[in-house]
Design a protein around this ligand. Structure first.
Ligand SMILES: Cc1cc2nc3c(=O)[nH]c(=O)nc-3n(C[C@H](O)[C@H](O)[C@H](O)COP(=O)(O)OP(=O)(O)OC[C@H]3O[C@@H](n4cnc5c(N)ncnc54)[C@H](O)[C@@H]3O)c2cc1C
Length: 102
């Protein structure tokens, strides 16, 4: 896209009809997306702005703690989660030591 001459567009306030909201969430990661979900669920007019494109490129171990799973289930994602493997414990090995958690 060609930038406007003199950068006028950057100095313009957002158009209310397009951008007005009660709550603006900056960042659509797990925290922002969850906050926006619950706000919208409560009837709040919420807008999320995310600087990256979805799906976000992000380094991750792809593991969810029980509390995270519970939160996602509360957001109606139980069926999606059920398609993935569920671990019932965790064993960590490092420096000759082993810690087992269940
Ligand atoms: C290597 C690594 C592995 C991990 N593995 C796991 C794991 O296996 N399981 C797990 O549960 N957690 C894991 N985590 C932790 C998990 O990634 C974080 O807890 C989680 O991403 C935090 O969510 P967040 O929404 O607070 O922040 P973020 O995920 O960082 O989201 C913030 C978002 O805000 C956006 N943003 C920032 N500034 C702006 C701006 N000015 N305008 C618009 N958008 C903006 C960013 O693009 C980003 O998408 C891992 C973390 C790392 C580093």
């Amino acid at each position: 896209m060609t930038p406007p001459r003199g950068g006028e567009a950057e100095l313009q306030p957002p158009r209310p009809s397009r951008w007005a909201c009660e709550v603006l969430v900056v960042g659509g990661g797990p925290a922002g997306a969850s906050a926006a979900y619950w706000l919208a669920n409560a009837g709040v007019d919420v807008l999320v702005v995310e600087k990256k494109h979805y799906p976000r490129e992000k380094t991750c171990g792809d593991g969810l703690t029980p509390r995270s799973v519970h939160q996602l289930e509360q957001m109606g994602l139980a069926d999606d989660l059920a398609q993935h493997h569920r671990c019932k414990g965790l064993r960590a090995n490092a420096y000759g030591r082993t810690i087992a958690m269940s």
